[in-house]
Design a binder for this molecule. Structure first.
Ligand SMILES: Cc1cc2nc3c(=O)[nH]c(=O)nc-3n(C[C@H](O)[C@H](O)[C@H](O)COP(=O)(O)OP(=O)(O)OC[C@H]3O[C@@H](n4cnc5c(N)ncnc54)[C@H](O)[C@@H]3O)c2cc1C
Length: 275
């Protein structure tokens, strides 16, 4: 962990889709899947982003342009530009050994789960990777996922432009039902689910997993400032813990205790905002 921002050069920028770019930095960040870093743009702001991939030579951040910080990043920061990076912070996902895991991604959630898939396969896991998006142009990482060994890619789009038409949680439901009683040595009792994406999607996945009695880990995003649990801005009602430190990744049973889960969150000054 490095609390003092390291000023790092962007060594490559990859266009993922019209809204999303991946920024590649050289260096050994030492992050685990599900952890995040704070990116500092001097005189602008500092914002949290999940690590999309990391090894001892480089790490990736996959960033959607949604507001002032991320739009400026997309516009002004190119190969060779420098940014401050501190971290990694937070709890990561559990990286299991020799298990059958299901990853459920919505939006930029495909990026941190790609990192988890990578590490899980190294550990002998078989992976079902479900990626969802509004339409085919907004899908993320699917080409790379489709080339991974021991990973099966499942796609859902709201408009049916590619993959199954409808919510990606329907695929999760179907996969769990298929595994129930399967005789391939990877029955439902062996399954483990990890998800990252819109909270309403993750809540629906939690409900499906609870019904099927399958463990699930979710990644909870709240407005974060310090990243170290000091400022308290990301403390969640119902749990009273800073998500930057006790999360962002947590078990479904813990996330269930968050008041207003998938309904509202709080902004930078603590006001309630509906999702
Ligand atoms: C643990 C964590 C991991 C994240 N990983 C990624 C990622 O991999 N890729 C990605 O594109 N985005 C990620 N985000 C979200 C990212 O931090 C926001 O999109 C970004 O801060 C938006 O800033 P903005 O000024 O461009 O937009 P704004 O208009 O300021 O905000 C747009 C949205 O982002 C949320 N947001 C703004 N500032 C923060 C903040 N300091 N902390 C948390 N949420 C904020 C707002 O609540 C709002 O919903 C992550 C957030 C968290 C908490």
């Amino acid at each position: 962990m490095n609390d003092i921002p390291r000023v790092l050069k962007i060594v490559e920028v990859r266009m993922e889709n019209p809204m999303v770019k991946t920024y590649i930095f050289k260096g050994n960040l030492g992050a685990k899947p599900g952890q995040f870093v704070n990116v500092w743009m001097p005189r602008v702001d500092e914002k949290p982003f999940s690590v999309a991939y990391c090894d001892d030579k480089e790490f990736w951040l996959t960033i959607a342009a949604v507001g002032p910080f991320t739009k400026k990043l997309h516009k002004d920061f190119v190969k060779g530009s420098k940014l401050g990076v501190r971290g990694p912070y937070g709890n990561g996902y559990t990286v299991l050994k020799n298990k059958h895991i299901v990853l459920l991604a919505g939006g930029y959630g495909a990026a941190p789960l790609y990192f988890l898939a990578h590490e899980s396969v190294k550990n002998g896991c078989k992976v079902e990777f479900i990626v969802g998006a509004k339409n085919k142009d907004l899908l993320l990482y699917t080409e790379m996922i489709s080339k991974m060994e021991n990973v099966s890619l499942h796609i859902a789009t709201d408009d049916g432009s590619v993959g199954m038409k409808g919510y990606n949680t329907l695929i999760l439901e179907k996969l769990l039902a298929e595994q129930n009683g399967s005789s391939d040595g990877h029955g439902i009792a062996e399954l483990f689910v990890a998800t990252c994406g819109p909270e309403v999607m993750m809540k629906s996945a939690m409900d499906i997993c609870e019904k099927a009695d399958v463990p699930i880990e979710v990644s909870i995003e709240r407005y974060m400032k310090c990243g170290t649990g000091v400022c308290g801005n990301c403390c969640v009602d119902g749990l009273g813990v800073p998500v930057c430190k006790k999360g962002p990744v947590m078990r479904g049973e813990m996330a269930r205790k968050i008041s207003g889960l998938a309904k509202w969150h709080r902004d930078n000054v603590g006001l309630k905002i509906n999702w």
